[in-house]
Design a binder for this molecule. Structure first.
Ligand code: 5GP
Ligand code: MG
Ligand code: MG
Length: 183
């Protein structure tokens, strides 16, 4: 695979690597102030949040714990089905933990609202959400997301962890996937 092949499959870069890293520093400063003196557990939602989790965790100055959850609501397509399945559950007991869910993107909001409801019954002291990206025009349900990186237009994006059929996750920027790739 050549870099030039990938460029022809993207229409536009929406968020650059530099913008992402500046934003992560900014949000990490807010989070470390908000969670001072508390036991913070970051929960990354696999697989899309792998890149943001890795960079965000290292931008945090203080101690914290990390765990991962895998859910699926999309299959291989570009639309949320709304039917959420747990593929891998947490290893950590949420009792008395301050949980910050780290997500790649909020699209319809269906996955996160399901996840928040699921976590609410597990006895956490607090549950908040950090989503790197959010598509306000695609929301089907309201999700209470305390930390948002970037609001973006309602288009299917790839890169920085986000895939289409498991491809493009390694792109450093977030870009719009050309419709000819999936239609
Ligand atoms: P939601 O349930 O909010 O519609 O989205 C659930 C998941 O679908 C997101 O966490 C993300 O993994 C994936 N997703 C939503 N929108 C996009 C997109 O534009 N591009 C990619 N690659 N994945 C998306
Ligand atoms: Mg996700
Ligand atoms: Mg995906």
């Amino acid at each position: 695979m050549r870099a030039a092949d990938i460029q022809s499959e993207l229409t536009q870069v929406l968020v650059t690597e530099e913008q992402i890293h500046a934003k992560l520093e900014e949000i990490a400063a807010r989070v470390s102030a908000d969670y001072a003196g508390k036991d913070l557990l970051l929960v990354g939602v696999l697989k899309g949040a792998v890149m943001v989790m890795a960079d965000f965790a290292r931008a945090l100055p203080g101690p914290m714990m990390m765990d991962w959850m895998a859910v699926s609501s999309y299959g291989a397509g570009t639309r949320s089905s709304g039917v959420v399945q747990i593929r891998k559950d947490l290893d950590t007991d949420l009792h008395d933990k301050h949980v910050l869910i780290v997500e790649d993107i909020i699209d319809s909001g269906l996955t996160l609202s399901w996840l928040l409801e699921n976590f609410a019954s597990r006895g956490a002291s607090s549950i908040e959400v950090f989503a790197l990206l959010r598509k306000p025009d695609a929301a089907k349900v309201e999700v209470n997301c305390k930390y948002v990186g970037f609001d973006i237009p309602n288009e299917f994006v790839v890169g920085y962890g986000l895939d289409y059929a498991e491809r493009y996750r390694n792109l450093r920027d977030v870009a719009v996937l050309a419709p000819h790739v999936y239609s």
